[in-house]
Design a protein around this ligand. Structure first.
Ligand code: FAD
Length: 325
């Protein structure tokens, strides 16, 4: 019996959220007196996969089938299910990402496993029960959920736990084949078009995000958002009304009806902080709010607040960051 951790890779590197997932999985394995094996998906290098030993992973499985480079739901599900069966994994840990959400529900049916998404803490196993804490109501509340049955799937929310880092520890990487056929790639994308993201940083994976709202007054002022993002190496985002009136493209809209982000730093410029906006950003590690209205609701969710006019504050902030670079 082992714990299986699903590790997402992109451009040869393990995604940061997957380092957290690997750390979560290896700690669960330790609690249960077993080991954690990783199954890697996406484009990876052996050297980077081996470094998952730093997060406590004992062994990494990798299928180098080139069609697995981009996400294909059917093929990924079959691959992970096959790895779970090979490792006799009773617990599967994955990221609460787009891929994790899509694959997790399919895996749950295929493996007849119970599943909890949005999990924010290590499980409690008192009294023979297996209880996880998950975020509910757009992060406004938490629920303790008992995972029943023989097999359990846990989708871990980004930024919920610290990634372990035992420098220099490596894990063996084994090639693994799930004997995938053409039929498993029936839902493969015909073409992957990368969104044109200012600064070249993709929003869902970004560690730093600079976001603008209606307080920016118009698209002609977005150079301030872009300049700050560029100076920080951040992605840009916006509130819904901003994309509704085409000041910015829809793929930059964050919130309940847009993208959910969990960066280390989210800087909100001229955004009021409506509950629907907060739903997509409130798991950011540090939130900085710039708003000229001291009563703006966003200040209640902020770690740092600047009461001021964005057209006064942003140029000073950009200059200060440029000076540090
Ligand atoms: P406003 O509410 O107009 O706020 C602008 C802010 O800028 C104000 O706080 C003002 O004080 C400040 N300001 C103005 N000028 C300046 C200046 N010069 N300097 C500094 N500050 C300034 N919204 C989302 O963002 N994402 C969603 O996913 C989303 N989903 C929704 C789903 C539903 C079903 C509904 C009903 C609404 C949804 N909304 C969503 C809309 C949401 O309710 C708010 O209307 C929206 O977030 C407000 O956007 P805003 O803060 O940019 O604009």
């Amino acid at each position: 019996m082992s714990v299986l951790v699903v590790v997402e890779c992109d451009g040869g590197e393990v995604k940061k959220s997957s380092l957290e997932v690997a750390s979560y999985g290896s700690q669960v394995a330790q609690m249960l007196g077993t080991t954690a094996t990783a199954i890697a998906v996406g484009e990876a290098t052996e050297a980077n996969l081996a470094l998952l030993g730093e997060q406590g992973i004992s062994k990494v499985l990798y299928d180098a089938e080139p069609r697995l480079k981009d996400f294909v739901n059917g093929a990924y599900t079959k691959l992970i299910a096959a790895a779970a069966q090979k490792e006799e994994a009773k617990i599967i840990v994955l990221a609460n990402s787009n891929i994790g959400a899509a694959v997790g529900s399919r895996l749950s049916i295929r493996l007849e496993a119970s599943i909890a998404t949005n999990v924010v803490e290590l499980p409690k196993t008192d009294g023979g029960k297996f209880v996880v804490k998950r975020g509910a109501f757009s992060g406004k509340a938490f629920a303790d959920v008992e995972l029943a049955g023989d097999r359990k799937i846990i989708a871990v929310k980004k930024n919920s736990i610290e990634a372990l880092h035992e420098a220099g520890k490596t894990a063996p990487v084994e090639s693994f084949s799930a004997q995938l056929t053409d039929a498993d790639f029936a839902d493969a994308p015909k073409e992957v078009i990368m969104q044109d993201q200012a600064g070249g940083v993709l929003l869902p994976e970004a560690d730093l995000v600079v976001s603008g709202g209606r307080g920016m007054k118009g698209p002609e002022n977005w150079n301030l958002i872009e300049d700050l993002a560029k100076a920080l190496g951040a992605a840009t985002a916006c509130s819904k009304p901003v994309s509704d009136v085409d000041w910015r493209p829809h793929h930059e809209h964050v919130g309940q009806t847009g993208i959910t982000v969990s960066p280390n730093l989210y800087i909100a410029c001229g955004i009021s902080g409506a509950i629907q906006h907060l739903a997509g950003v409130n798991s950011s590690k540090v939130i900085v709010v710039i708003n000229k209205d001291p009563e703006a609701p966003f200040f209640k969710a902020a770690d740092y607040g600047i009461v001021g006019d964005v057209f006064d504050v942003l140029p000073k902030l950009i200059a200060a960051v440029k000076e540090l670079n």
